[in-house]
Design a protein around this ligand. Structure first.
Ligand code: IMP
Ligand code: MG
Length: 191
């Protein structure tokens, strides 16, 4: 057996103590309770017409895992990945498919599962994409929706929480691939 290397001296051992993490917006019990409510609603709405949950990578992976476990229906699960060109903490508005789904959605009831809807560019792109694929129905389920003062956002079937227009991390959401594993959601402090 090779001994594990000692922790790097510059790496903090505790992520929750990272000074970049600001106030908690949604704590773990609040998140988990709402995920169960959404799952119960989906279970009712899709009785007799089993849906395909399609998680949008990577941000939705944790939400999909919790949501799927709480849905009491026969369920197919797949994932796709999209990317906004040149995105940092601002969406570029230009969306492209990076990894497509493996299943055929013809005649199926699709639920696209997002972590957060900000400008709505990802959502509009995917709605158009799935409309051309012969799905019987396409709905969106997003954990978070950023408050939109203009009220210009397309209607979504399932929304977990409306959140302030700040950059958030945790529960799947990242900043430069970090913080996805936090079990709660916090504001990222500006540098
Ligand atoms: P939209 O296309 O502008 O609606 O942006 C949606 C995507 O941008 C989400 O799927 C996230 O990946 C990312 N995003 C938007 N806001 C945040 C945030 O506050 N934290 C982390 N990622 C975000
Ligand atoms: Mg995302």
């Amino acid at each position: 057996m090779v001994a594990a290397p000692p922790p790097h001296p510059e790496q903090p051992t505790s992520q929750s103590a990272d000074p970049r993490l600001g106030r908690v917006v949604l704590d773990e019990p609040t998140l988990q309770a709402r995920v169960k409510e959404l799952a119960a609603q989906i279970t009712l709405d899709y009785a007799g017409r089993p849906p395909i949950l399609i998680g949008i990578l990577k941000g939705a992976f944790m939400f999909v895992a919790d949501l799927a476990r709480a849905i009491d229906l026969p369920l197919d699960i797949d994932f796709l990945a999209v990317s906004s060109y040149g995105a940092t903490t601002k969406s570029s508005g230009v969306v492209r498919m990076v990894k497509d789904i493996d299943v055929d959605v013809t005649g199926r009831h699709v639920i696209l599962v997002e972590d957060i809807v900000d400008t709505g560019a990802t959502l509009r792109y995917l709605r158009k994409h799935f409309a051309q694929r012969g799905a019987a129905s396409v709905e969106f389920c997003t954990l978070l929706q950023k408050e939109d003062p203009a009220g210009a956002m397309p209607q979504l079937r399932y929304v977990g929480f409306a959140v302030p227009a700040e950059f958030l991390v945790g529960y799947g959401l990242d900043a430069g691939e970090r913080f996805r594993n936090l079990p709660y959601i916090v504001v990222l402090n500006p540098e």
